[in-house]
Design a protein around this ligand. Structure first.
Ligand SMILES: Nc1ncnc2c1ncn2[C@@H]1O[C@H](COP(=O)(O)OP(=O)(O)OP(=O)(O)O)[C@@H](O)[C@H]1O
Length: 454
């Protein structure tokens, strides 16, 4: 970049009057200009940085890459000096030639930015999700970006998730097994102000009835024979400040339902063996695939608890009711499985896709994911073929083919009978004789195919 390309004094006047930190690099990634406020933020001497390669001055920078690609990177999250800044990196191009790049960071009012800008919010969510996944084995498993689907149903759900996430309202997620209720609960947590705090899942159906109270609320030291020495922290305490996800809430025993109601109403609970209640601040998201209204009628689920957890209800549709999402999901699970096992499977055979699109998926997305996973393992030629599918799906295909053959035969039979009936002015006996079938048979067929007799 030539000397006269810019005037440092003028740039100083312009950039120092904004909130932004500015850096300009030449085509070699060497710093030509850096605003005072940027240098102060990095705690470096301005005189020392000019002419240095940007990677030696700014940690995690991508400015040297932008001069190579010539592509602007806007609103990127940049981790700098133990904090996030928002970085815009724009190539400087004149007469189709890249001269350098200008980088602008915003490091003021980041808190406001976070709440205002959903794009940045999503980047943050992703960043924290990957960070947590690396840090905590078995930590947060999903990001909201994993909620795949272009159907209207899924788009509406995603929209609802973002809207209910703000605030502390209890949410009840309903839907068949494997439809994605847990992913939805995660997404609500991640879009909420509690995203930095724990998300704790409890499968109410999987904990033996006599253990559920201590699992949820913990116990004090010496609460009962066999209790751990120092007592035990319950799931509610683990989730303090965050979200507790009560999966299969319909399986919660009645005596626990009373206690849960108390937590929800009074924000306090008593660990087993404790004399004093403990205060708690937890958002509850519950999920069920059971008909809670019926359980209420049968006195197996408390009506007051139902109304308390049911402030907002989200319904996740079955996969067979949003088949247009299937190709996207297949692609997603294919990528996920191949990345995991390091095998190169790039496609599914059209015959497989068509079968997958027709099948009813009683186990919903979980079942589809398992089928794709197994297919990736079994496939040997870069593509998932019919042979790589589980037996029950292959049998389904055969049945479907048989069914369609039967359909074709019946359709043809109906057409022929209609034609002959017309020819003989709807005289059934003459039509039967012409077709070589008995009178009672033609009566049966007319009834079966609901043929109109004029
Ligand atoms: N929309 C989606 N996009 C991508 N993956 C999904 C989606 N929905 C569900 N999945 C995947 O399907 C599997 C089942 O989802 P999840 O555990 O959330 O279902 P669930 O409704 O909570 O099931 P259950 O009622 O049996 O607990 C998970 O592996 C999840 O990653």
């Amino acid at each position: 970049m030539t000397e006269h390309f810019f005037n440092n004094k003028l740039l100083d006047i312009v950039f120092e009057s904004t909130y932004y930190g500015t850096v300009i690099v030449d085509i070699n990634g060497k710093i030509q200009y850096m605003s005072n406020n940027y240098c102060e933020f990095l705690k470096i001497e301005r005189e020392l940085v000019i002419g240095k390669h940007v990677t030696n001055v700014i940690e995690n920078t991508r400015m040297h890459l932008v001069v190579q690609t010539g592509k602007a990177e806007m609103a990127d999250l940049h981790f700098l000096h133990n904090d996030f800044v928002i970085a815009n990196r724009i190539p400087i191009i004149k007469n189709n030639e890249i001269l350098g790049a200008i980088g602008i960071i915003t490091f003021r009012d980041l808190a406001d930015w976070k709440s205002m800008n959903s794009h940045i919010n999503e980047l943050l969510i992703n960043y924290k999700f990957y960070q947590k996944e690396q840090e905590i084995p078995g930590g947060i498993k999903y990001s909201s970006h994993d909620l795949i689907g272009k159907s209207q149903e899924i788009q509406q759900l995603k929209d609802l998730v973002k809207r209910v996430a703000v605030g502390n309202i209890s949410v009840l997620i309903r839907g068949e097994s494997g439809t994605g209720k847990e992913i939805i609960a995660h997404s609500i947590h991640q879009f909420s102000g509690r995203m930095d705090k724990p998300f704790v899942k409890v499968n109410c159906g999987a904990i033996p009835e006599q253990l559920i109270e201590s699992e949820l609320f913990g116990y004090e030291a010496g609460a009962f024979t066999g209790a751990k020495k120092g007592g035990k922290i319950g799931k509610f305490e683990l989730a303090d400040g965050g979200t507790i996800f009560l999966d299969e809430i319909g399986d919660m025993p009645l005596h626990m339902q009373v206690k849960l109601l108390r937590v929800l109403q009074e924000n306090e609970y008593e660990p087993v063996g404790s004399l004093y209640p403990k205060k708690i601040n937890v958002r509850v998201i519950a999920a069920t695939n059971r008909p809670l209204e019926k359980l209420i009628e049968q006195k197996l689920f408390r009506e007051d608890l139902f109304y308390r957890i049911n402030a907002v209800q989200l319904f996740v549709p079955a996969l067979r009711d949003r088949r247009e999402d299937i190709p996207l999901l297949v692609e997603h699970f294919l990528k996920k499985a191949t990345a995991k096992i390091g095998k190169r499977i790039t496609s599914v055979h059209p015959e497989v896709l068509s079968l997958i699109e027709q099948y009813d998926w009683p186990g919903n997305i979980r079942e589809l994911e398992n089928v794709i996973n197994a297919g990736v393992h079994l496939s040997s030629n870069g593509e998932i073929r019919i042979d790589d599918l589980p037996h029950y799906l292959k049998n389904y295909k055969l049945e479907a083919e048989e069914r369609s053959l039967k359909d074709i035969v019946e359709e043809t039979e109906k057409k022929v009978i209609e034609k002959v009936l017309k020819k003989f002015n709807f005289d059934k006996n003459r039509a039967a004789a012409a077709l070589g079938i008995g009178n009672s048979t033609i009566y049966d067929k007319i009834k079966k195919y609901q043929i109109l007799i004029k």
